[in-house]
Design a protein around this ligand. Structure first.
Ligand SMILES: [Zn+2]
Ligand SMILES: [Zn+2]
Ligand SMILES: [Zn+2]
Length: 146
């Protein structure tokens, strides 16, 4: 998704609601995440934001996470990865490599999402559960690990 002005206004509002400042370091982290079509690990975020001090990056990401701006994505390796929250960038799924742990965003066509939701709602209902939304990861091998 393009990093439009409305994204930054929404992020600023969420920071404000947490009594947190939308500092330039935090803005740079949001910019880097918005420019990617995959979640990034902290080393990748640090590499892309040379002006953000490493010591403050962890705290900044924790603040952004708590404000509901950033969500944590766990893959098959030891790295937590981070991306902008789904309500900011849109519903999507993840391709996860079982070899190297790389994660790629993937958008499923609306018609398939619709069928998925219908089917999952039935399965959930059988368990007495009211479905609100879903997360679904696709695990396999990336091009370089095949
Ligand atoms: Zn791989
Ligand atoms: Zn994603
Ligand atoms: Zn979906």
């Amino acid at each position: 998704m393009a990093a439009g002005a409305s994204l930054y206004a929404e992020v600023a509002a969420r920071m404000n609601a947490q009594q947190q400042r939308f500092t330039s370091s935090r803005r740079q982290i949001v910019e880097v995440l918005a420019a990617q079509d995959r979640p990034l690990s902290i080393p990748e975020i640090l590499e892309a934001t040379p002006e953000v001090a490493q010591s403050s990056a962890y705290r900044n990401i924790a603040v952004l996470e708590k404000a509901g701006v950033v969500t944590r994505v766990m893959s098959s390796d030891e790295w937590a990865r981070f991306e902008l929250a789904e309500d900011l960038i849109g519903h999507h799924h993840h391709l996860m490599c079982a070899g190297c742990g790389v994660v790629q965003d993937i958008v499923v066509p609306d018609s398939i999402e619709h069928e998925l939701d219908k089917t999952l709602a039935v399965v959930a209902k059988r368990a007495g559960f009211l479905l609100q939304h879903h997360r679904l990861d696709l695990i396999g091998m990336c091009v370089s690990c095949q």
